[in-house]
Design a protein around this ligand. Sequence first.
Ligand SMILES: [Fe+2]
Ligand SMILES: [Fe+2]
Length: 324
Amino acid sequence: MFNLEKTYEAINWNRPTSDLANVFWEQQWKQIWFPEEIAVSKDLKQWKDFEHQDTYKKVFGGLTLLDTVQTNIGMNEIAKFTPDLQEKAVLTVFGAFEAIHAKSYSYIFTTLCTNEEIDGIFEWVKKNEFLQYKANKIGEVYSSIKEDDPETLWKAMFASVMLESFLFYSGFFYPLYLGGQGTLRNSSEVISLILRDEAIHGVAVGFFAQNLFKNFSTEKQDELKVWGYELLLDLYQNEMKYTDDLYAETGLSPEVKAYIRYNANKALMNLGLDMMFPEEEINPIVMNGIRNEGSTHDFFSTKGSSYSLAKVAPITDETFKFNF
Ligand SMILES: [Fe+2]
Ligand SMILES: [Fe+2]
């Protein structure tokens, strides 16, 4: 007789086991998009005369690496070890969107650059010490989750929110800054669609992390907080060096750094932790760029955002009629 090792459970969406899994699921699918829907080729004319092509290409190369790590390791590992089946499904869907993000940069490259230039960018990604440092730091935490161990799972979720809500923004700054001034607008439209997804991911994973955190003892919570702030500070120092390296020829470093600190605070808020950096002014072009695109940056806020809970319409036959 075959010996059954364990009992496999089927996912039952009729009985909610997670507070918000269904909300995150619906919102993520509602905002599905594909890079080919954006006419990036309209940027070609401006691109030919664009002064800082090198910075721009490197920004997108760096973002590609982060989305690749998030697809292949981040969402996969966190989904694998998350016990709730509905949350697991939501994380798997997020992973699919990370794959769309990672592919969308290649779509921009293929539209604007030659094959030799593209190969050069991917070589630079492998050699840039600051990029490799952050991928290694985050990847290491992702790969250390143990079975039935909420502590290592929380750490991986913390690292994921660092990546989604904080580390992407040294790169997002540039297309938002340029697009907000009418330069390379279509490429920046792709970025604002990615940012809209990352906003959900940061909020959702932060929320799942907070649910785990509640169940730890006060001593354990204090220990994990110290671990978390140390990781953030480590990543922050690396991010400052990366920014100086990346933006050297543009003179934008100080503004990018302020934007990074603003988003580090957002990441901590998503995790239910105290902010670390004092408030400071952020370049209004970048802030407006986010709002104008109807981003879900303020995920639970209905003002100025394309998203509100009330807009989540019931699924009907119409839901499946797509117009591409
Ligand atoms: Fe992503
Ligand atoms: Fe994401």
